[in-house]
Design a protein around this ligand. Structure first.
Ligand code: HEM
Length: 138
């Protein structure tokens, strides 16, 4: 529960709306991958991606749409997904996990979201990021 504004981000599509709906999420993911591809601090994880980064952008934006309580766009196009399973073939340790979370935090900070939602979002994303680390090829 967000005490200051009395908003519970995990309820219904509150998070999806707070992230600016589909257009807002797509904007975040565009910025996230642009940052990952241009800042050398994130080159290890950027280089793990397939050549066509547009596909990765489309997949993450669609996934986050449903994950935040909006329409299930990932399933519509790509079918069901297990987040740990799709990362299992990658070598993701603490450095790689933190590269991803730092890149995402800086991208979230650039958005016009409410400060409380920014904190909530990065805290929520750090949960699957840690699960991915524990299940991925070390
Ligand atoms: C822990 C740090 C993470 C790293 C280093 C990472 C890296 C990657 C890489 C390299 C790919 C492309 C894999 C491939 O096509 O071979 C990928 C795909 C993907 N990632 Fe991550 N990721 C991380 C965390 C997350 C988190 C926290 C989420 C969501 C909450 C996420 C969602 C996705 C999705 C939806 C795909 C597309 C899967 C598919 O359909 O193939 N990732 N990630």
């Amino acid at each position: 529960m967000n005490q200051e504004h009395n908003i519970s981000y995990g309820t219904g599509d509150t998070s999806f709306q707070s992230a600016g709906g589909e257009a807002g999420i797509r904007k975040l993911v565009d910025k996230f991958y642009e940052r990952m591809g241009t800042d050398p601090r994130f080159s290890t994880i950027y280089n793990m991606h397939p050549d066509d980064i547009e596909v990765s952008i489309d997949k993450l934006a669609r996934f986050l749409c449903g994950w935040l309580g909006g329409p299930k766009r990932y399933q519509e196009k790509y079918g069901s997904i297990s987040i740990p399973a799709v990362h299992q073939h990658l070598a993701i340790g603490t450095d790689e996990r933190d590269q991803w979370l730092t890149c995402m935090k800086e991208s979230i900070d650039e958005q016009t979201y409410e400060a409380n939602f920014k904190d909530y979002l990065i805290a929520q994303l750090s949960i699957p990021a840690e699960v991915i680390r524990t299940r991925s090829k070390q």
